[in-house]
Design a protein around this ligand. Structure first.
Ligand SMILES: *Cc1c(COP(=O)(O)O)cnc(C)c1O
Length: 390
């Protein structure tokens, strides 16, 4: 919690660094705005019944942000659960003193030891996994370990099917090692109105699975199926809990919902050299761009090793310099990009915004045919994170 105790100042996250004001940092950095995070949480909460629990998805470094700091803030705001994909992500939260229950979406048998040691609550998605976990727990005389049953309602990624119900119930009846805390499923296209019938069918199938499972259990686990877009589009299916990731980080998968949210991350880099090019010059590896008139380029301290994929090159992606669009020229290099600043007065040391409230990750992602999720989670650990809580 000490990371949050000094408002107004950026605080160190993974590695210590000088507490300069973020605005003056002369290096590439990702601002993480905890006020925007709190705003998004309250917007999402306001769409729900007061008694509905909220699971905050903080997998993949909280979508490229900074898992521990984000989770600490959300824990202080009162979220009921966290969700991570893999066990090391959950143990990292425990190492940062997170006490809130953690749902582990993709438990691997190789992670059982850490799952038990860090009280991670596994999603049980196959009969095989159920058997393996029960065997592991029984060998260690562990009882009542909290688990969640995952139903495959149509995504066909992970999950039990309706026909597995008798076997699931039989295995659960024969052991004291686990306790089913919740039953859940995941929508395949909750953001897409064209798939409305499919989503509703998933919700109906989920109901059937829940009824079938609870007939054979002597208690009623809680249930949940909605992700961020589900919260906006299918609030009637909120049951006892929702699971939100992208919305917390400020993206709603729809311009109407984006407008309610605030991007938490702002990625800033700096100009390190300016080139005035004659017609016929070339820019970057493989002469990726060749000028047919005079052009001024700025070289920026960010590249594909930082998560700005080569797909953004060749004019597809752009940055903002002094509020103006500067398209990427030629190919993205590992550590740098060159942008067109012919019509933008600027100099060495000036900042360029790569994504943030002024240039949403969803827009940049779309320019290269991808989605905000991929762009945000690609932002590499080389980029310094600076937390802002004021
Ligand atoms: C990643 C994930 C979520 C979060 O989805 P968002 O669209 O980011 O809200 C919820 N549930 C499951 C099972 C997930 O894998």
């Amino acid at each position: 919690m000490n990371a949050l105790s000094s408002p107004m100042k950026p605080v160190p996250v993974t590695t210590p660094f000088h507490c300069l004001r973020a605005m003056t940092l002369q290096e590439t950095h990702l601002e993480i705005n905890l006020k925007a995070l709190a705003h998004n949480y309250s917007v999402l909460r306001s769409r729900l019944q007061p008694q509905t629990s909220f699971l905050a998805v903080v997998k993949a470094f909280s979508y490229g942000h900074e898992a521990a700091v984000v989770a600490q803030k959300l824990e202080a705001l009162g979220v009921n659960y966290f969700g991570v994909a893999y066990a090391p992500e959950g143990s990292n939260l425990r190492h940062h003193d997170i006490q809130t229950p953690i749902l582990l979406l993709h438990p691997l048998p190789g992670h059982f030891e850490s799952i038990v040691a860090h009280r991670l609550e596994p999603s049980l998605y196959s009969l095989d996994l159920i058997t393996q976990l029960i065997t592991y727990l029984e060998q260690r005389n562990i009882e009542d370990f909290p688990v969640h049953l995952k139903f495959n309602s149509g995504l066909n990624r992970l999950g039990l099917s309706l026909k597995d119900i008798p076997d699931v119930l039989e295995r659960l009846a024969q052991t004291k090692s686990v306790r089913v805390v919740s039953v859940f499923s995941h929508l395949a296209a909750s953001e897409d109105p064209k798939e409305d019938a499919f989503s509703r069918n998933q919700i109906n199938r989920f109901e059937a699975f829940y009824e079938g499972v609870t007939l054979g259990l002597n208690h009623k686990p809680f249930r949940h199926i909605l992700n961020t877009s589900g919260i906006f589009n299918y609030p009637e299916a909120q049951y006892n809990m929702v699971r939100s990731g992208i919305g917390l980080y400020g993206y709603g998968n729809d311009t109407q919902f984006d407008a309610l949210l605030q991007p938490v991350a702002r990625l800033i880099t700096i100009i390190t050299q300016i080139h005035h090019l004659d017609p016929g010059a070339s820019v970057g590896y493989n002469r990726g761009h060749q000028t047919n008139q005079a052009m001024t380029t700025a070289t920026l301290a960010i590249g594909h090793a930082d998560g700005i994929s080569r797909l953004y090159g060749q004019g597809k992606g752009w940055v903002l310099i002094h509020g103006q669009k500067a398209p990427i020229v030629g190919n993205v290099c590992m550590d740098m990009i060159m942008v067109d600043v012919t019509n933008i007065p600027c100099q060495n040391g000036d900042q360029a915004i790569v994504l943030g409230p002024e240039l949403p990750a969803s827009s940049l992602a779309e320019s290269a045919g991808t989605i905000s999720y991929e762009l945000l989670t690609s932002l590499s650990q080389r980029i310094k994170r600076v937390v802002i809580d004021s």
